[in-house]
Design a protein around this ligand. Sequence first.
Ligand SMILES: *Cc1c(COP(=O)(O)O)cnc(C)c1O
Length: 361
Amino acid sequence: MSRVYNFSAGPSMLPEAVLRKAAEEMLDYEGSGQSVMEMSHRSKIYGTIIQGAESLLREVMNIPDNYKVLFLQGGASTQFAAIPMNLMTKNKKADYVITGQWAKKACAEAKKYGEVNVVASSADKTFSYIPKLDPSTFSKDADYFYICMNNTIYGTVYHELPDTGDIPLVADISSCILSCPIDVTKFGVLYAGAQKNMAPAGLTVVIVREDLIGNAMDITPTMLDWKTHADNGSMYNTPPCYTIYMAKLVLEWIKNEVGGLDKMYELNQKKADLLYNFLDNSKMFRGTVVPEDRSLMNVPFVTDSEELNAKFIKEATEKGFVNLKGHRTVGGMRASIYNAMPYEGVKALVDFMAEFEKNNG
Ligand SMILES: *Cc1c(COP(=O)(O)O)cnc(C)c1O
């Protein structure tokens, strides 16, 4: 068996220990004589899995009791509509900050349901920075304030949160969930597609303050109303059973093998520092994001030549560094170095980049 270093933005690498455990338990989960894939979601044994996943997530992320954790389907993209339907109900108004494609899509969806105020955007420079926010430009009567915390495509992250006072802050944390500690109390809603940093595709996690549940618009489909799922322990219908099980294994790995989110954050900083330091000292490669807003998870970089970019990607792939091609709107390369990417993987990539620079400089 030979495994590659997979720098995909998502779905992405899972910790090898997690994959091994899943393989071990594939045919017979804890003496049940069944795979988790085959179980009734109403069975007692599956109940221990979904409850275990929730309590681990609460523990690892330090989620207060007045927040509900929902395990849903439909991807982060379905929440682009669920958020306005559940929240844009008092003044029918919301503030959005546009820091990339995902925020733009979420904003476009919200416009179907109410008045949207775009507070700031970094579109002028291909989303290579997080705009400075001036609270005097925020709507005083917004039902919520929306940000995309880590911008997967462009490689930026908020190091400082907007001060929205009593207005609930809503954040898409699809590509940074579990990468570092987050103060959940600062948010009304946090949500994430699991396939970047948490589990295989198929699961969306929504963490929502209890007082924000139960006010959905009348037109809201039953399946998009957070209350439906909060009232039924994410079991109104069949949940993404196996993906929830995988998320539980990943959470056990973070808690027991890594040692929690502080440790995870340290490791992620070490990996990102290695790559950014190389980029800052290279004469051939450079990062595309302003240093103060750099993401720890997604690192876009370029050379000055399309030809060289293509050659680099081709040779890297041959060496087992796969999925390094950048998003079509940025070009060049992007290395996604989520939790499951080991330090050795980033080290090997940097060594390869140095060699490539020497041979082609
Ligand atoms: C990948 C991604 C999405 C889209 O997620 P889906 O689960 O495919 O809908 C949304 N937001 C961010 C920040 C992402 O990285």
